[in-house]
Ligand binder design. Structure first.
Ligand code: ADP
Length: 228
């Protein structure tokens, strides 16, 4: 569960991106984060994977207050959270297989188990037969599939995606959404910032709208609610 109480975030330049956020997200939910540019969506998302710290307020993830997390405890939190970006962020010199294996926590895993797990997630995203390819040999949609495989290889409880279809054409975007739905069906929480009116209005999920650093709407099976 993710629990935010009175969260404020003011950046070093004095800009206040979050202005008193209160929200609860249960394990296994699928949540869209929508709102105009500059509303605070990325800041909201970055708080959850501890890319940034709140200026004020309390943030609990799975019953731990992560605003009080020590730096050395951050990797442990990140292992439980997979992150996916609009621009994929794959390592260009590593193959598809290596990009995913690289992210796998290899503590006490045999090479055989590592291979098994990497191929299992590549299979789930439909890229088992491209494991030897390099990122520049893949389409945008395929690169995003690799980044999804990388995000879920450690079996995180939460997957965060910041505009994951922002660089993809509509057909490819729908395919990527199917992958997210499949991951969600296995019990993983999905939190996705998006500007896609079509996706939000078609694949109905909880919608949290943020404007000027505040939650202005929070609806189950909500609409996008803005013009694209
Ligand atoms: P969104 O994702 O909805 O576009 P952001 O969370 O990126 O919104 O930004 C919210 C506000 O915070 C904007 O005014 C933005 O300019 C500001 N902001 C975001 N990141 C930083 C940063 N690292 N330093 C200073 N200001 C920032």
């Amino acid at each position: 569960m993710i629990l935010m109480k009175d969260i404020y975030k003011t950046y070093g330049n004095g800009v206040t991106a979050l202005n008193g956020i209160n929200v609860e997200i249960e394990q296994g939910e699928f949540v869209y984060i929508v709102g105009p540019s500059g509303a605070g969506k990325s800041s909201f998302i970055k708080l959850i994977y501890r890319e940034i710290k709140p200026t004020r307020g309390s943030l609990q993830i799975n019953n731990r207050d992560i605003s009080e997390l020590k730096e050395k405890e951050v990797p442990m939190l990140r292992r439980n959270i997979g992150v996916i970006f609009q621009d994929f962020r794959l390592l260009p010199k590593l193959s598809v297989y290596e990009n995913v294996a690289f992210a796998l926590e290899v503590i006490e895993e045999s090479p055989r188990n590592i291979r098994k797990r990497v191929m299992e997630v590549l299979d789930l995203v439909g890229l088992k037969n491209k494991s030897r390819f390099f990122p520049n040999e893949l389409s945008g949609g395929e690169q995003q599939r690799v980044s999804i495989a990388r995000a879920i290889v450690n079996r995180p409880k939460i997957v965060i995606a910041d505009e994951p279809t922002g660089n993809l054409d509509p057909d490819t975007s729908w395919e990527i959404m199917r992958v997210f739905e499949e991951i969600n069906n296995s019990g993983t929480t999905i939190i996705m910032a998006t500007h896609s009116k079509e996706i939000v209005n078609t694949i109905k999920k909880r919608v949290i709208a943020i404007e000027d650093g505040l939650i202005v709407r929070d609806e189950q099976r909500g609409d996008y609610g803005y013009e694209s």
